[in-house]
Design a protein around this ligand. Structure first.
Ligand code: HEM
Length: 537
């Protein structure tokens, strides 16, 4: 996958495919309704028919650049990225069709629409083939509310996360002192390292699994999710095998939490003894306790909710750590500043392990993580919703445009996060010291339990249907990053090295969006031990 942002697929072939699909949207020449919003329908020289626009967008999406397409359209009309638009696209259901999707990226509209319209869009059709009525993709709001209320307890900062943090710390120590040490004789794709570790952390700390079980299923589970994202048309046999693997894995997660009598055990003495941790698998316990009601197949919804946690909870955090590492390699002076803070926190522990209450002391690390969540946001699409009632949003010239109930809406945090209007002229620069608003960070105070978001900053999208796992992600990334940069100094290796300096620009964008934003071609680094003997276990 080239980092050039021009599509690699032939447009005419894609146009022929799109022309065969039913179209639920406005005729191309209609300039009323949502067509008052800017979009490709106003660029008839480039897009003579709707099929041309849809096909071009699909081709960008295939190359992981749907967000770059949206960004280019916005810049064309407004010289800024944070505006509302309409982009026609293919919606992949059992029978795919074309529809007009309203992109809500005017900051005030984005926040309001995401907060009020919690119903998910039909655009999740492809992921709901394997996540079904799980908490992320369900369109049944009663079921969503029930699942969410139940699961939230498993993510409580003090009652759950502080208790499982020793597992997280133990695993991070092993990962850095043993796994990374074994790899450092040559360049390492640090993205792959983080992906493996984030999945393992999730299964050990939140789902209470053993190291063996977590490591044994890690690669196959990630491959299975990846196959599912390729869609049914790519390879039907591989698709079915992957779906079965994910389902079986999730069933095992639910079984492991029950004792011989079939009761859910929150802190079985046997498992607690094995892990030295008083709360074992808090999220697995919540998943097993609750069989979602008000859906046609409650047991399937329970299993799919378990799959959802594995799916949503690993690459999001892994990619945040990957892009943090990227920026630390690009800016060695910031890496040294980060290491100085990490050293001062670790040195003050007098040999004890890191605890939850230590985490707010990583003030600079918090700024670095936040700035990475802004510039290299892990979930650039933000969220897709369906309007539940009539809405009015800002048109190009300030005129309000009506959205009818049932409109498919896209609220991409990527466009909010890269807007010069919202962040200033240096919006595309990595600057952890930028002026953050109080609701965007913790500034060294105790953290957890709330969603750092503002009208312009929404890495976890907006409550009440924002990320449920963000407290865990915040804990885990601080544990792993601090341990890694305590032990090693990281520098770029090829092929990442040659691309790094231009990687944030629109022309040479290194991000590859498949729902989460990967570095195209991996993130290659060399790790150099900082202290003699530091990497021994
Ligand atoms: C830096 C890390 C993370 C980021 C940036 C992130 C971001 C997001 C975003 C943007 C959404 C909304 C998705 C949508 O509406 O399509 C979301 C939802 C969700 N996330 Fe995360 N996430 C992260 C980590 C995690 C972790 C660690 C877990 C679980 C252990 C998790 C579980 C979920 C779940 C279950 C939902 C669906 C919530 C609902 O619909 O009520 N996430 N996340």
């Amino acid at each position: 996958m080239a980092s050039d942002t021009k599509p690699t697929t032939d447009l005419s072939k894609s146009v022929a495919f799109v022309e065969r699909l039913p179209d639920n949207g406005l005729p191309w020449n209609d300039d009323g309704g949502i067509h008052k919003l800017p979009g490709p329908h106003m660029l008839k020289d480039k897009y003579p028919t709707k099929a041309h626009a849809v096909a071009d967008f699909q081709n960008y999406a295939k190359d992981g650049h749907n967000i770059i397409f949206a960004e280019k359209i916005a810049l064309h009309f407004a010289n800024d990225t944070a505006i509302n638009m309409v982009i026609p696209t293919v919606i992949f259901q059992r029978r795919p069709f074309v529809d007009d999707v309203v992109v809500v990226a005017d900051a005030r509209d984005a926040e309001r629409v995401a907060k009020l319209h919690v119903k998910k869009s039909l655009i999740y059709g492809d992921i709901s083939t394997f996540l079904g009525d799980g908490v992320l993709s369900t369109r049944n709001l009663e079921s969503w509310q029930e699942q969410r209320t139940n699961l939230v307890e498993g993510f409580l900062p003090l009652a759950s996360l502080a208790n499982v943090m020793p597992i997280s710390v133990q695993r991070a120590n092993y990962a850095v002192d043993k796994r990374l040490r074994d790899m450092i004789s040559k360049p390492v794709d640090i993205c792959e390292f983080y992906l493996f570790e984030a999945m393992t952390q999730l299964h050990m700390a939140l789902l209470g699994e053993t190291t063996e079980f977590s490591e044994q299923h890690n690669v196959k589970l990630r491959q299975s999710f990846s196959t599912m994202l390729n869609g049914l048309s790519a390879d039907v046999e591989a698709w079915k095998n992957s779906r079965n693997f994910i389902r079986n894995f999730s069933k095992q997660i639910l079984e492991h939490v029950r004792d011989e009598k079939g009761d859910t055990v929150r802190s079985g003495p046997y498992r607690a003894q094995m892990t030295g941790c008083p709360v074992v698998g808090p999220v697995a316990a919540k998943l097993a306790e609750n069989v979602p009601q008000c859906v046609s197949d409650p047991l399937a919804a329970q299993r799919d909710s378990a799959s959802t946690i594995s799916f949503a909870g690993f690459d999001t955090t892994a990619l945040n750590m990957t892009w943090v590492t990227f920026e630390m390699c690009r800016r060695p002076e910031l890496q040294r500043r980060l290491q100085a803070e990490i050293d001062s926190v670790y040195d003050s522990l007098n040999g004890r392990e890191l605890q939850y209450s230590d985490l707010p002391r990583f003030e600079f690390l918090t700024k670095v993580i936040n700035e990475t969540l802004r510039l290299w946001t892990s979930v650039p699409n933000g969220t897709f919703r369906e309007t539940q009632f009539e809405e009015w949003i800002e048109g190009l010239d300030g005129e309000k445009v009506k959205l009818s109930p049932g409109t498919q809406v896209w609220i991409p945090s990527f466009l909010l996060h890269r807007s010069e209007k919202l962040w200033g002229k240096d919006a595309l620069e990595f600057n952890p010291d930028r002026k953050w608003l109080p609701e965007e960070t913790w500034f060294g105070k105790s953290f957890g339990g709330f969603n750092p978001s503002s009208y312009r900053f929404a890495p976890f999208t907006f409550p009440p249907r924002g990320c449920i796992g963000m407290n865990f992600a915040q804990m885990e990334s601080r544990v792993i990053i601090s341990k890694l940069f305590r032990e090693y100094t990281l520098e770029f290796a090829e092929p990442t090295k040659s691309k790094a300096m231009q990687a944030h620009t629109r022309e040479n964008f290194l991000g590859y969006n498949r729902g989460t934003m990967m570095p195209a071609g991996g993130m290659w680094v060399v790790a150099k031990p900082r202290r003699a003997g530091a990497s021994k276990i």
